[in-house]
Ligand binder design. Sequence first.
Ligand SMILES: *Cc1c(COP(=O)(O)O)cnc(C)c1O
Length: 344
Amino acid sequence: MNIQDLIRPIVKALKPYSSARDEYQGNSDAMVFLDANENPFENGVNRYPDPQQRTVKSLLSKIKSIPQKNILLGNGSDEVLDLIYRAFCEPNQDNIITLPPTYGMYSVLANINAITIKSVQLNNSFQPKVDEILEISDANSKLLFLCSPNNPTGNSFEAKSIERLIKEFKGVVVIDEAYIDFSKEESWVRRLKEFPNLIVTQTLSKAYGMAGIRLGICYASEEIISVLNRIKPPYNVNELTQQKAITQLEQNELTQQQVAAILSERDVLVKQLDAIDFVSKIYPSDANFILVKVDDATKRYNQLIEKGIVVRNRTTQPGCENCLRFTVGTKDENEKLIKVMKTL
Ligand SMILES: *Cc1c(COP(=O)(O)O)cnc(C)c1O
């Protein structure tokens, strides 16, 4: 497969905008910077941030064991996904494939970018129907989104299905691994070298505890990363975000401890939810949330709100009738949830 054939002609023809900080890449404190029309009085953020976020990438590179040249960072996964659309999908011509019930942003971005959405609902076990997906894809199907572990169902897709889709789909396969740090499955980042049409996205918003700083991660071949770099806004990850990401990533053991605590709380929560009489099904989760079928999702959602507990009502999602999605909170928060549910 030739990736160049999938890139929009207009993107191939672009010359990247070269910012002041791109042209001078030195890092010496002794330098005098009179190149970017900044205010020279130091306050911690008076300089433009590193457009290539080299320190953040070097930490991620170590944690995830992947070279920096295979990493691109964005203002949340939302920006990363938007860049992928703009690199590969021609408005009013191309289409993408999503597998509902899944994360809503794939469709939102398709609509914003005037891209047709083709969808193939997951099967009863919330696994991709591989044959149907391959059948409905055509020469204009540029992106296939696989969210694994999937939001809102919580399960991971079978590796065999994912591998077949990467090998047989004629466009780019984007695996959204926002929840991979909670999962026992191996990240597909490990397989990037084998598949030129594979993009893996991750985020610091979930396991890493930094939803507020907006930092999304894209892992792909050097070829794809260089295309995305050509269209990203030069200073897309701000200085405060980079500083906070560095501080947190430097204490990665803390994140690992928190993930372990969340997973053990999830097991406790599953057992306790199982004992609630209006809960009819608890779906297996590989993430930090649990999808639960109840007797009447909208009624229970409203009752919980009245008691000051906000969960996500997923009842309108295909295959999720009467389902609520519970994020695993702290021990105290989960206990409060169960205590309230017992009174409903
Ligand atoms: C939460 C979530 C994200 C994270 O998006 P950010 O913009 O990085 O906060 C991405 N994908 C899925 C499936 C999610 O649930």
